[in-house]
Design a protein around this ligand. Structure first.
Ligand code: UDX
Length: 435
């Protein structure tokens, strides 16, 4: 199928490359000239596992092209909107980019084409798009909602092997077109109206975020009653009604989706006079959880003024270069506010913006620990799991480590002479083994 994708962020680019690999003729467009120039020569504007290879392969096969606007594919049978929906100050998604694209598509798409939203949009957006198009005299265009469920770092795998396909449609013909577009993918299909599809996306992300905040609260209680949250999560997860995923206690969720989508759903509920109390708490717990390392450092050091802290990991999770809503930024801000000095390590992120200033990020973990009074593991990069802690200790001024993701073995750290703390385990701080 001739497929147009508008927006070459994580969602648009990965979706475009994957649909091309399924045999469709795909044109991905973006108004960012720099991005398009990079993509046309097979270079990626984002870091995503396997994407460079997939895009280069599809470019070479002639199934994938790049352009600057919808006019690059005037014969498109389907156009997917994958532009940003950044949050407004009140938490609501800003649809300005989406409607600018709709306006453009209304002028360029051939009769009877389908427009689909891939971006996460408020419930009712597809209906609003249909009305907008009717107002433009383009009532012939069909509007569908096909939410994405891809995770950064495994976006290609998630697109080609999805847990489910959700097709929100307003007519039967659109469902058939969507089936053709997804031919070759093996997954249960949910065909529903567009509002329901839009809600499935928000409810899924909100539920996963709820699991994370839930286990983080359990972790905080575990510490106070001498229980072990990792074992609690394991024990809970063995019940298939609960499931073991998204029960890792830590510094909470970040990234481009969960923080934005949870706030947006609270706001969507508010618009229909419903107080989504549970989700408001999930958001508040997540915000509070991020600052856990700061409380622990304060508990240990007393005042943080003049203390040098290395944050190990800057991205919101491993396997991505994305710093959006990363706990590292909030931790750094709080530390700076208390007079601490902060230095950063990350294997991928080159710089990080904190309080309006840009900080350099070291790619050499041992160098980043030089003179540090404490290290906080924020992102569980595999490199950090294999660190030589004896060697690291020689770099640090004081051997204090806080593991914000529960991935380090307390015994290894204790044996290497560290004062060690993590989340949700017995003894809030482990003293080093006597030498
Ligand atoms: C998420 C959804 O998984 C995906 O379906 C949706 O389309 C986009 O949002 P992503 O943001 O890439 O994907 O990250 P994900 O791997 O889901 O993790 C989200 C956050 O939750 C990360 O900050 C991660 O560190 C945190 N997390 C995850 C936990 O703190 N504990 C867990 O057990 C799982």
């Amino acid at each position: 199928m001739k497929t147009l994708i508008i927006g070459t962020g994580y969602v648009g680019l990965v979706t475009g490359a994957c649909f091309a690999s399924l045999g469709h003729q795909v044109v991905c467009v973006d108004k960012d000239v720099r991005k398009i120039e990079m993509l046309q020569t097979g270079r990626m504007p984002i870091y995503e596992l396997g994407l460079t290879e997939l895009v280069q392969e599809q470019l070479a096969a002639g199934r994938l092209r790049f352009g600057l606007d919808a006019s690059a594919c005037p014969e498109a049978e389907i156009a997917l909107i994958a532009v940003g929906t950044p949050p407004l100050p009140n938490g609501e998604a800003n649809l300005a980019h989406v409607f600018a694209v709709v306006e453009q598509l209304g002028q360029t798409l051939p009769t009877g084409a389908v427009i689909g939203t891939k971006s996460t949009v408020p419930v009712g957006t597809a209906v609003r798009i249909s009305e907008h198009l009717k107002g433009m005299g383009r009532g012939d265009l069909k509007v569908v909602s096909i939410p994405e469920f891809l995770r950064e770092g495994s976006a290609i795998e998630d697109t080609l092997h999805p847990y489910r396909l959700v097709f929100g449609v307003q007519d039967g013909e659109s469902a058939t077109i969507l089936e053709r577009l997804h031919e070759g993918l093996q997954a249960p299909m949910v065909v529903c109206d567009t509002q329901t599809a839009e809600m499935i996306k928000y409810a899924s992300n909100a539920f996963l975020a709820t699991k994370i905040s839930f286990i983080n609260e359990i972790a905080n209680i575990c510490e106070r009653v001498d229980a072990d949250v990792s074992q609690v999560a394991h024990g809970m997860g063995l019940d298939p009604r609960i499931g073991s995923s998204f029960l890792k206690a830590g510094l909470g969720y970040g990234g481009s989706c969960f923080p934005k989508d949870t706030r947006a759903l609270v706001s969507i509920a508010g618009h229909v006079d419903y107080d989504f109390e549970l989700l408001r708490s999930v958001v508040a717990v997540n915000q509070r959880q991020r600052l856990e390392p700061v409380h622990r450092l304060r508990e240990w050091f007393g005042s943080l003024a003049g203390i040098k802290v290395t944050l190990l990991g800057v991205t919101f999770k491993p396997g991505t270069d994305d710093i959006r809503e990363s706990p590292a930024v909030d931790v750094a801000e709080a530390l700076l506010d208390e007079g601490a000095q902060v230095q950063f390590y990350d294997p991928v992120a080159p710089v990080v913006g904190v309080q309006g200033a840009e900080f350099g990020v070291s790619h050499d973990v041992y160098e980043s620990l030089l003179g540090a009074d404490a290290a906080v593991l924020v992102t569980e990069w595999p490199e950090l799991l294999e660190l030589d802690w004896q060697r690291a200790r020689l770099r640090m001024k004081q051997p204090f480590v806080f593991d914000g993701r529960n991935v380090l073995d307390p015994l290894v750290l204790q044996n290497a002479g560290y004062t060690f703390a993590n989340i949700g385990h017995k003894s809030r701080t482990f003293a080093p083994m006597p030498m």
